[in-house]
Unconditional design. Structure first.
Length: 122
């Protein structure tokens, strides 16, 4: 497994290249290389994280072929929908609901959704 994949698997993973004997070293020459074999890691947690990483990648690949459709109930100008679109490759906003006609028009122009409904009180 590559270093970048290891770091992507969990926010708790980090990479250590050197160690110092003292907390505040006097020179950088005091460093000594660290091997991953020298580090204490929880084997069970590591295996679970690796399995989760591969499961999520498999899920993204399957759903990426046909993203799940989402309806934005509070369309506004589309901030939530933009977050869904940029934050996930497996979701696509197809419909939205908005109370303001001008916001509904803006939303429809920006996102090219199939349907947007707006309504007014009273």
């Amino acid at each position: 497994m590559s270093l970048y994949k290891w770091l992507d698997i969990s926010p708790y993973h980090f990479y250590v290249r050197y160690r110092f004997r003292k907390l505040i070293p006097e020179t950088r020459d005091e460093k000594s290389p660290v091997s991953f074999k020298d580090l204490d890691v929880c084997k069970r947690c590591t295996e679970e994280n690796i399995r989760y990483y591969y499961d999520m990648n498999e899920f993204k690949n399957k759903v990426g072929e046909k993203p799940m459709r989402v309806m934005d109930l509070f369309g506004g100008v589309g901030a939530f929908s933009l977050g869904l679109k940029e934050g996930s490759d497996c979701l696509t906003v197809t419909h939205a609901l908005e109370i303001s006609p001008s916001a509904a028009k803006t939303f429809k122009c920006v996102f090219h959704v199939f349907g947007i409904a707006w309504c007014k009180y009273g």
